[in-house]
Design a protein. Structure first.
Length: 481
């Protein structure tokens, strides 16, 4: 029996309960057992966190870049050292497989180290606008940044605040209420390694904690990772109270465009890998629509089904497990609704769609990796983000139709193109409306390259230098000479 996690928030360097005296319980999605709780923050807690951040701001922004980098590297080092403890909690709280989650911790550490090295690149310019003045620009931090993050990569998104901090801001982080437990370990690490108030963590749901953070008058910069409807609600709420800089990393319904010269074995392996069944499809860049020409359709279908059926499902803490449960009852039920919609709309269910069999799957949010064939563009499973383990195979007739199908959704996050025809690869990558495109690849993120979406998938780019710039505002100065 693992220990019960009795979570705390971090406000002004103190580990605290909520002023509301309320708590949110968190369950292990593999067993539905309550494994911990976190304070359910309300507006007063959010206000205290924002004021603590503001109180820490002058001293933090007053440090040299080298001092800020040193502090961040110390924090990253502790994060790495506490990796095992975080993993143990995170696997139980999310249902994601241990191998996948290990990679999330590494990515968070690397992201911090990357931004720690970039401080002195936050340069301004001198502009030769007139002969009788020196015109120059400087980049200054916003002050307090609010970061609201989703349930699927909890520690990765909560922990990677290198960009706003190196730019001189202080932050208030709001983790998801669906998998909030690792934030408690994060709070301890931050408390040990960074000055009080520089990073604050408030746990709670969207209404109690997220909305007051968005509406807080002292928070001008909001960075949000989550769904399209919440992103739109945040834009509306922010606009009602003040002029704010809101960046949005939102959902996807990502196409894998396969051209006739591709190898069906390679395509099938990458389609299954790209669908992120290890996250049960709950990863924003997942390839949920596989667009295939007639000539490859049957061969890829057969192989995809074989590979999806071979995925070993079970305890996500075991290294050999290929897929665990879904993250929450809500996600599980949403996936079931879409599976039903796929059947009703006339798609052909060729793998999964049901709970796995066996005593260990009687409780919990278990669903087999699911594949639909003969999906067409009118169907809900083609158009809407399921954020579950449901892949759609779609047939196309020619290149124009392939690209048109790829673009025929409200989203534009990632896309994957499969061909060795250089011209076709360049044409498709030019015409696909997505922010992150792989040619002959899937899933991998490359630190230093901008990740983010076109269309309703978002505004702004992360994981690159642009992210850091986005946490500054430019001041132009004219000095008469
Ligand atoms: P969600 O939008 O339901 O919630 C995200 C966060 O917003 C949570 O912390 C929640 O408490 C908070 N929230 C909810 N309502 C709010 C409100 N009115 N005001 C302020 N905060 C509010 O998303 P989710 O279900 O946690 O995550 C899944 C979604 O995130 C998917 O759509 C997925 O594609 C997307 N996502 C995108 C990226 C990316 O980088 N583009 C990465 C991961 C996940």
């Amino acid at each position: 029996m693992s220990e019960f996690i009795d979570g705390r928030m971090l406000i002004g360097g103190e580990l605290v309960e909520s002023r509301t005296a309320n708590w949110l319980e968190s369950v292990n999605p593999a067993s539905e057992e309550v494994i911990g709780r976190v304070p359910a923050a309300g507006p007063q807690d959010v206000d205290a966190a924002v004021r603590a951040a503001l109180g820490a701001f002058d001293a933090w922004a007053g440090l040299s870049m080298i001092e800020r980098a040193q502090a961040l590297r110390g924090y990253a080092q502790r994060l790495r050292e506490e990796g095992k403890r975080i993993l143990d909690i995170e696997v139980r709280d999310t249902g994601n497989t241990i191998a996948k989650l290990r990679h999330d911790i590494t990515s968070a550490v690397r992201g911090i180290e990357y931004f720690a090295g970039l401080g002195t690149e936050l340069k301004g310019e001198t502009i030769p606008a007139s002969a009788d003045a020196l015109h120059y620009s400087v980049r200054q931090p916003y002050g307090v940044v609010g970061r609201i993050v989703p349930f699927n990569h909890p520690i990765l998104f909560a922990a990677k605040f290198g960009a706003p901090l190196m730019a001189g801001n202080c932050v208030v982080i709001k983790p998801s209420e669906q998998s909030p437990l690792s934030a408690t370990v994060l709070a301890e690490i931050v408390r040990e390694t960074l000055p009080p108030g520089v990073v604050n963590i408030v746990t709670g749901d969207g209404i109690g904690a997220g909305a007051p953070l968005v509406r807080h008058p002292l928070v001008k910069r909001i960075s949000f990772i989550g769904s399209v409807p919440t992103g739109m609600a945040i834009q509306r709420a922010a606009a009602e109270v003040a002029v704010k800089h809101v960046s949005l990393e939102l959902g996807g319904k990502n196409p894998m465009i396969v051209f006739p010269d591709a190898d069906p074995d390679e395509v099938a392996s990458n389609a299954v890998a790209g669908m992120n069944f290890g996250w049960m499809g709950q990863s924003c860049g997942s390839m949920s629509r596989i667009l295939l020409p007639d000539s490859l359709y049957d061969a890829v279908l057969e192989r995809v089904v074989e590979k999806a059926e071979a995925i070993v499902q079970g305890d996500p803490a075991r290294e050999e497990t290929g897929a665990g449960p879904m993250n929450s009852r809500a996600q599980y039920e949403k996936a079931l609704v879409y599976i039903q919609a796929g059947i009703e709309d006339g798609a052909r269910l060729v793998a999964g769609g049901t709970r796995p069999e066996g005593p260990e799957f009687e409780r919990g949010y278990w669903l087999r990796p699911t594949v639909f064939a003969d999906v067409t563009r009118q169907m809900r499973i083609f158009r809407e983000e399921i954020f579950g383990p449901v892949m759609s195979l779609v047939r196309y007739q020619d290149v124009d139709e392939a690209i048109e199908l790829a673009n025929d959704v409200e989203y534009g996050l990632t896309a994957s193109i499969w061909t060795n025809d250089l011209n076709l690869a360049m044409r498709a990558s030019r015409d696909v409306r997505a922010g992150y495109v792989w040619v002959n690849g899937v899933s991998r993120h490359f630190l230093g390259t901008g990740f983010g979406g076109f269309k309703n998938s978002g505004i702004g780019r992360e994981e690159c230098f642009d992210e850091m710039l986005s946490y500054t505002e430019t001041k132009t100065v004219h000095v008469r000479v």
